[in-house]
Design a protein around this ligand. Sequence first.
Ligand SMILES: [Mg+2]
Length: 240
Amino acid sequence: MTLPPLSPDAALFLDFDGCLVDIAPRPDAVRVTGALRDRLARLHDRQGGAVALISGRDVADLRGHLPDFPGVVAGSHGSELSLRAGHVQTLHHAEFDAAALHADLRALAAPHPALLVEEKPHGGALHYRAAPELEPEVRRIMQDLAARNPHLMLQPAKMALELRPAGVGKDSALAHLMTLEPFHGRLPVFAGDDTTDEPAMAEAQSRGGMAIKIGEGATAAAHRLPDPAALALWLDRSLT
Ligand SMILES: [Mg+2]
């Protein structure tokens, strides 16, 4: 199906890693260009402020990569919402000891120096990109931690497994934002690259909007673009 241009009346929801930026060897090594910062600022203006980034990263991390982004950021898979720089609220009610989870994660991963532990305020991730053969071990570790933390759920990601709060997701973040101005009453457009994006893609389409899958893999999205560069091109064409 041919991808129509982005309507200025749409509410635009964008994933970050693998969608706006190429996946990096380590999460902190992503490259944010001036062109991307400029594109996001212009989109924010054109869509009347109805542009939100919805990411698995926590809000502070994502805002750190995009310090001048004027729009909304939903972080930690929909667990956190930041309506503007300096603002953040929690959208889930799971109480848990993040420091204890992070300590368990570090201890279980310690025998495997190739694994990367990512500590998040609402969970944690174990990356095996540097050692794909450790995938079964990572699965064993994370399933063990999930069993010990029933308020968390196991979230597969690209070359990583993550624990995040149960009962929230990118779809619930999108649905919540659609109740707020300036998103309310617009048709949602969601672009993402990973399995964590699929519920939000289905949510956007169920509301009469549009979903765009970036890259390969099974998807509920009716549209597909090959990589972040192709998404950037489509967004830039919509801006001209
Ligand atoms: Mg992504």
